[in-house]
Design a protein around this ligand. Structure first.
Ligand code: K1U
Ligand code: ZN
Length: 181
């Protein structure tokens, strides 16, 4: 298992469409495990492969309450259906540290994907799980939640992060534990 560095915007790799996975082989299954470890350590409730610099259509999600685990591993996730009723949620993003804003998305979605054993699966999701899956699929298409905001607000956030990256080049790097120092 490995903790992976998380890219912080602005970064061209976060704006690039990721490539479909042909088959979930051992390498892709290992990527899913490393992404889950990285997501739990961040901490976060989702992570997409482009956020760790890998151009593959792979996401992981876990919206279980604190102290519980319910990880979802998805390759080539596609939204088959989305509800007309919408839900607004104050979203965050591990590639936009400390930035939050309200985004409106469909409240329920039906998603098809390949799991870590290369089996095709379909699930229906609602609430926070639906929001998180849509946010992660957006990452696979090179889209960040700030792309739903006004260009004024988006540019403000990106300028702030450019400054933050200059002053802290370790931003997004896994935090070292005492034993590793
Ligand atoms: O994709 C990402 O950058 C991860 C992101 C997922 C997400 C959050 C909120 C709405 C939609 C998608 C995060 O996990 S940001 C961190 C976060 O929300 C969180 C962290 C700790 C506990 C609970 C939530
Ligand atoms: Zn994100």
């Amino acid at each position: 298992m490995a903790l992976l560095p998380i890219l912080v915007a602005p970064d061209p790799r976060l704006k690039t469409k990721a490539k479909p996975v042909e088959k979930v082989d051992a390498e892709t299954a290992q990527l899913m495990e490393d992404m889950l470890e990285t997501m739990y350590a961040a901490p976060g409730i989702g992570l997409a492969a482009p956020q760790v610099g890998v151009s593959k259509r792979v996401i992981v999600v876990d919206v279980a309450p604190e102290g519980e685990k319910n990880p979802l591993r998805m390759a080539n996730p596609e939204i088959l259906w989305a509800s007309d009723d919408l839900r607004e949620y104050e979203e965050g993003c591990l590639s936009l540290p400390e930035q939050y804003d309200a985004v409106t998305r469909p409240d329920r979605v039906k998603v098809r994907f390949l799991d870590h054993q290369n089996e095709i699966r379909e699930i229906e999701a609602d609430g926070l799980l639906a929001t998180c899956i849509q946010h992660e699929i957006d990452h696979l298409d090179g889209k960040l939640f700030v792309d739903y905001l006004s260009s004024l607000r988006r540019n403000m956030v990106l300028r702030k992060l450019t400054k933050l990256k200059k002053s802290d080049p370790d931003l997004g790097q896994p935090k070292k534990v005492a034993a590793e120092v």
